[in-house]
Design a protein around this ligand. Structure first.
Ligand code: BGC
Length: 570
């Protein structure tokens, strides 16, 4: 498979707000390509697939943890923050990955689970053995398991307490996630210093950004619930100040599974910023809710909420990632409805969520896959794709926990889906062989050979998005419609605010969640007489009426991205 490089944007490297226009792609080193036939993906394999990612239109890779680890939580259980897992390659190969990505104008964002370590980490081993030693106070120790009663348990499927007894130190230690992942004690200045050193270590190696894993949970207090405590925000400001001072242009991305009003706190303020980006957890499940309920009102509601954020702040929007599709940010009523629609087999559930991939969730419906991606690529914020979703990969719910959707990337119809030439039994996880998603039919090679494949469609939509800076830089305003299944918003960008000389633009985005065709009237007051042109084919649509409304007919689960031109603005 060979891929020709798209035209490069000159001077991209100088753009300090690159992340606002970037299309991100989450790729697990272990899952992408195995270069040495040991059954696990590696850095050399990922490097060899950069041409594919560039062809697809990816601007930045988000790489989940690749550090030394016993891999009991997919690598989020880190045993050493400064080295790489030998089965993935060497630190030099990681540096080569950064260089090779940069040569293609692609950025590298790594993932840093700073809240906790593996119990195999040297710090924990020393802490449990020597309470008076230099690491004695690196973790949150207690004589009882009763402290912090307000702090909820996150991994409800596996844990019944946030405390675990350590038979060596004969004390309890605190853990927000698995009991083999003790929480670091951020009250200890030495822990904070060690954290800043890890950030420096990787930024010195040239990474363009860091996803700050599980960021709300750093500090805990008797009064608080351990999520976004004031001291956590203070420390984040310190990390950001260091990054701005020593590594300008690099970004910090908050993983905070919280309500918008709480997540926005992780952006900080204009004067005292924290993270550049934060994932938008509330919008994601509402997309899935709208697809089945045929009702857009919950999406309309969350998208209409406005929040004051610093000018450099940007959302990260996503449909799926390496975790379960979390349902923490919806009401109990909606959660039950979504379990019924999307996780009818209890095996599909995990903690407070659903451990399935995008295509199986959407029952392999091409219309739904296109609608969901069209939303992903036009909402306010930068889209994050999950590896394999661009070809509609399936999952394997017979595998434990979130491994269900972490199986090898499917490249070809050959042995091991072209992922590895190892003995199939040696693979870190088996390739998907289910009836509907068998790798012999769902793979990159087959989809490249088919001009109307999902892969080619996704690539096209990415490139259309890239041609319109409005999607990355513009504002979003929800519009009123007369149909409950229809979501409409305008993205507006005044233009010329970057060195690229982009011009002003208004894009009208309309989506129908109805399971049959509909006609809807959209309130476009202020755009009376404006002409509408389709961003994909360029076709002219009826102009906005003198009464400020536009009537559109949408096919089943259809959508439009329309350029609005020559509007005599009120
Ligand atoms: C990651 C999970 C991980 C957890 C504990 C997260 O939020 O996304 O995959 O299990 O942090 O590190």
């Amino acid at each position: 498979m060979t891929f020709t490089a798209p035209i490069q944007l000159p001077g991209l490297a100088l753009d300090t707000q690159w992340y606002k226009r970037a299309v991100f792609y989450e790729v697990m080193v272990r899952s992408f390509y195995d270069s040495n036939a040991d059954g696990s993906g590696d850095f050399a394999g990922l490097i060899s697939k950069l041409d594919y990612l560039q062809w697809l239109g990816i601007d930045a890779l988000w790489i989940p943890p690749f550090y030394n680890s016993p891999l009991r939580d997919g690598g989020y259980d880190v045993a050493d923050f400064s080295s790489v897992l030998p089965e993935f390659g060497t630190l030099d190969e990681f540096k080569e990955l950064v260089t090779k990505a940069h040569e293609r104008n692609m950025r590298i964002v790594i993932d840093y689970p700073l809240n906790h370590t593996s119990d195999q980490h040297e710090w924990f081993q020393q802490s449990r053995q020597d309470p008076e030693g230099p690491y004695g106070d690196f973790y949150v120790w207690s004589d009882t398991d009763e402290k912090y009663p307000n702090i909820r348990i996150i991994f409800v499927d596996t844990e019944d307490s946030n405390w675990a007894f350590d038979p060596v130190r004969r004390q309890y230690y605190f853990h927000r996630f698995f009991s083999h992942q003790p929480d670091l004690n951020f009250e200890n200045p030495a822990v904070r210093e060690a954290t800043l050193n890890v950030v420096r270590h990787w930024m010195d190696l040239g990474v363009d950004g860091i996803r700050l894993d599980a960021i709300p949970y750093l500090f805990e207090s008797e009064e608080g619930n351990g999520e976004g405590e004031p001291k956590t925000h203070e420390f984040l400001k310190e990390i950001r100040a260091m990054v701005d001072r020593d590594y300008p242009g690099r970004v910090l991305i908050a993983e905070a599974n919280q309500w918008p009003s709480e997540v926005v706190e992780f952006f900080g303020t204009e004067d005292e910023p924290e993270c550049h980006m934060a994932f938008d957890f509330p919008v994601m499940p509402r997309i899935f809710y709208a697809l089945r309920s045929q009702n857009a009102s919950e999406l309309v509601r969350v998208l209409s909420e406005t929040h004051e954020v610093p000018s450099a702040a940007a959302w990260g929007v996503f449909l799926r990632n390496h975790d379960e599709l979390t349902l923490e940010m919806v009401s109990e009523e909606y959660r039950q409805a979504m379990y019924g629609w999307y996780a009818y087999d209890p095996r599909m559930r995990s903690n407070v969520g659903i451990r399935r991939r995008l295509a199986p969730l959407l029952d392999n419906s091409r219309a739904e896959l296109e609608l969901a991606h069209a939303l992903l690529f036009s909402l306010e914020g930068s889209p994050f794709l999950y590896y394999g979703d661009e070809i509609g990969m399936g999952d394997n719910i017979w595998l434990p926990d979130r491994d269900a959707s972490r199986t090898p990337m499917q490249w070809t119809p050959d042995r091991n889906a072209g992922f590895s030439s190892a003995d199939p039994g040696k693979l870190y996880l088996p390739v998907v062989q289910s009836l509907a998603y068998n790798y012999t039919s769902i793979n990159v090679e087959a989809q490249l050979a088919q001009s109307r494949s999902l892969l080619n469609w996704v690539r096209n939509v990415i490139h259309v998005r890239k041609g319109h800076p409005t999607f990355g830089l513009g504002t979003l305003r929800v519009l009123e419609t007369n149909h409950e299944s229809v979501l409409a918003f305008v993205r507006e960008y005044p233009g010329s605010s970057t060195q690229f000389g982009d011009s002003a633009e208004t894009v009208l985005c309309v989506f129908s969640f109805a399971h049959s065709p509909v006609s809807a009237r959209i309130d476009l007051t202020g755009f009376e007489g404006a002409t509408a042109f389709d961003l994909f084919g360029g076709a002219e649509f009826p102009a906005v009426g003198a009464d400020g409304t536009l009537s559109l007919t949408l096919g089943t689960q259809g959508f439009y991205w329309l350029h609005l031109g020559d509007a005599p603005r009120a």
